[in-house]
Design a protein around this ligand. Structure first.
Ligand code: HSE
Length: 311
């Protein structure tokens, strides 16, 4: 018998950058650039989850796809036994550190919540969306999903999420090194190189940087945000995974960026600017930096996003 769609909801979620240097696993910033669209449809029948995906590189089983994991968990928690189709239209390239799996997971949580009128609060929606991060990172982390759901700049602490509206004159330029073949579980790999223990003086340095970033967002001061973007714990270890890292950073700073860091677990790099005037120049400089290492990149400039929404 032919399957008949009976009801569906669609949500759209933006890409994001995590860490912002010293805020490893704590800070997220939603980016008003690329986005994923997820449509969840209730089908006739029971207990089946079918994933339709615009990007063949993305896993298509409910157990290994970030949106699928979220929906599976929500179905189990709310004892929903319908058959579900998840249609994912990827706008965020996967594996480059700009919150691709998080965008799909966030959109899935929001669409599923709306479809079944579950009235789940945003904090809990972030918790569900973070389940999806297990698919790509091997561990739950909230930085990308919290930014993707709430928009703006988000601080996560003990599963509570604090959103601060970024300054209007904050501009970002992102260079995505698309010719790099990223490993399948890239985030897991990028996390495996990190030190298990850290000297106290490095922690003090990073906490002072992270605090300066938070103050900069709260006071709407882009230069202050940029001064805080100085990570001596994670970035020095991960930069070796990114061909061209040094030239991209130096070129962007020379072209007028106020700060440059790895976007999330990489390999994308993100530059922070006050106003969009120098954005093109910085984007070209970053692309040239990658080219010095024979890496082709895609660049985009953007402001912060206001977060996920129903279509
Ligand atoms: N905070 C995570 C990490 C972000 O750096 O591993 C992954 O996108």
């Amino acid at each position: 018998m032919a399957r008949v769609s009976v009801m569906s909801r669609t949500a759209i979620a933006p890409c994001s950058t995590a860490n912002l240097g010293p805020g490893y696993d704590v800070f997220g910033l939603a980016l008003d650039a690329l986005e994923d669209t997820v449509r969840i449809t209730k089908m006739l029948g029971s207990g089946k989850i079918v994933i339709k995906n615009s990007d063949r590189a993305i896993p298509a089983t409910a157990e290994s796809n970030s949106a699928g994991i979220v929906v599976k968990r929500m179905m189990s928690d709310f004892q929903i036994d319908d058959s579900i189709e998840i249609q994912i239209t990827k706008g965020v390239p996967a594996g480059y550190g700009i919150g691709s799996s998080a965008a799909s997971a966030a959109a899935a949580a929001i669409a599923f919540n709306a479809l079944y009128n579950l009235k789940i609060d945003k904090n809990k929606l972030i918790e569900y969306a973070a389940e999806g991060e297990i698919a790509s990172a091997g561990a739950k982390h909230y930085d990308n999903v919290s930014a993707s759901v709430l928009g703006g700049f988000v601080i996560g602490h003990k599963r509570q999420f604090i959103r601060i509206e970024p300054p209007r004159d904050l501009f970002l330029v992102v260079a995505v090194p698309i010719s790099i073949q990223v490993p399948k579980k890239k985030t897991e790999v990028a996390r495996s190189v990190l030190p298990k223990e850290v000297p106290l003086k490095s922690v003090v340095h990073n906490v002072s940087g992270a605090s300066t970033i938070v103050a900069g967002f709260a006071l709407k001061d882009v230069e202050m945000i940029a001064r805080g973007i100085d990570d001596i714990i994670v970035e020095p270890v991960r930069k070796h995974l990114i061909p061209g890292y040094d030239s991209v950073k130096q070129n962007a700073l020379a072209a007028g960026a106020l700060a440059v860091t790895i976007s999330g677990a990489g390999p994308s790099m993100i530059a922070f600017l006050k106003s969009g005037k120098k954005a093109n120049k910085v984007a070209d400089a970053m692309a040239k930096g990658f080219l010095e290492a024979d890496v082709k990149s895609m660049t985009f400039s953007c402001c912060s996003s206001s977060g996920s929404h129903l279509a």
